[in-house]
Design a protein around this ligand. Structure first.
Ligand code: ADP
Ligand code: MG
Length: 315
């Protein structure tokens, strides 16, 4: 090493005297991954599904990663060249926030107007400001009242399905519609299930992970029997996995035993970055593209899209 410029050689010595390449540091690796992910075209493209797919992301348990999964999976698909529309069906509007849409602004057309027939899909869909190929129909606080207002409307369970007009989705070139549900099994979630081809259930790798899933599955069967014969559970995504705990592995194993091939191989790790991103109005893929959280959602998006084309994830 004598006489060698340490910068030019890209070698550094640790205090134990062990040479370590700068390229091997975690920060350098993350930076390299980030550049790779964000270079136009470098992410590669994913196959378009044979038909447009409408997917409901549901689990009546709160805090399991529905919204996080909806926006980051959507961003992952969009980064790979697919056109995605996120429908925010939770009055809290967290998906809209994470996608950088100001859903508190006065006079925006939102999913509330869409459900009540006061706005069309093309009026309510907004292009997300910082990502190509990504659109969002935002939720406003008005939506909190919709659950009650919908009760007296004609075809109350079919409002979203009717509003997701094929011609208007075609005009936007949408390949995937992802619907983010509120944490309940009320009329909004039923609307999402009637509009969808299939359901993606995020399951948190924590205690009581499967609590309530039985009830969710029974509701899906009810909707399938009475309102939407196409509906089925296609995908399970394990979220907030903490490799340091035995419990996380036990939950993951139990979920795989229960749901078999429906469970994506990709597991989303618990990561602070993932939880920080929405605070900046960003998906994890914009906020920290080289992070483990971003890479895992990109992997999940790839797996999800490839299964759709192979037909394994659609039935
Ligand atoms: P839900 O929509 O099911 O209520 P969220 O997606 O809002 O769940 O997630 C609940 C909380 O957990 C949020 O604060 C979110 O930022 C955080 N969170 C979600 N996924 C992760 C993750 N992989 N790592 C760390 N925090 C996460
Ligand atoms: Mg949510």
């Amino acid at each position: 090493m004598v006489g060698q410029d340490p910068v030019v050689s890209r070698e550094t010595a640790t205090h134990q005297g062990v040479a370590k390449s700068l390229d091997d540091t975690p920060i350098a690796k993350a930076a390299e991954r980030a550049t790779r992910v964000l270079t136009p075209g470098a992410a590669g493209t994913l196959p378009r599904p044979p038909h447009r797919r409408i997917i409901t992301v549901a689990n009546q348990k709160g805090g399991v990663g529905k919204t996080t999964t909806t926006v980051n999976l959507a961003a992952g698909l969009a980064l790979h060249g697919l056109r995605v529309l996120v429908v925010d069906l939770d009055p809290q509007g967290n998906a809209s926030t994470a996608l950088g849409i100001d859903h508190r602004a006065a006079d925006i057309e939102s999913v509330y107007e869409l459900l009540l027939g006061e706005a069309t899909l093309s009026e309510a869909a907004q292009k997300c400001p910082s990502q190509e190929n990504l659109y969002c129909i935002p939720a406003t606080l008005d939506l909190a009242g919709a659950e009650i207002e919908l009760v007296s409307l004609v075809a109350r369970e079919n409002r979203l399905r009717n509003a997701l007009d094929s011609a208007q989705l075609d005009a936007l070139g949408i390949d995937y519609v992802l619907i983010d549900c509120p944490p309940s099994l009320g009329l909004l979630t039923v609307n999402a299930m009637v509009a969808a081809d299939d359901v993606l259930i995020p399951i948190q790798c924590e205690y009581y992970a499967l609590e309530g899933v039985g009830q969710l599955l029974r509701n899906i069967e009810l909707v399938q029997a009475h309102l939407n014969p196409r509906l089925h559970v296609s995908t399970i995504l394990l979220t907030m996995y903490d490799g340091r705990t035995k419990l996380a592995d036990q939950v993951a194993e139990e979920v795989r035993r229960h749901f078999g091939a429906k469970v994506l191989n990709t597991i989303i790790p618990r990561s602070v970055k993932v939880s920080e991103a929405p605070g900046y109005g960003m998906t994890i893929i914009e906020y920290d593209p080289g992070s483990r959280g971003a890479m895992s959602y990109l992997d999940a998006a790839r797996e999800f899209a490839e299964r759709a084309v192979a037909g394994t994830g659609t039935r």
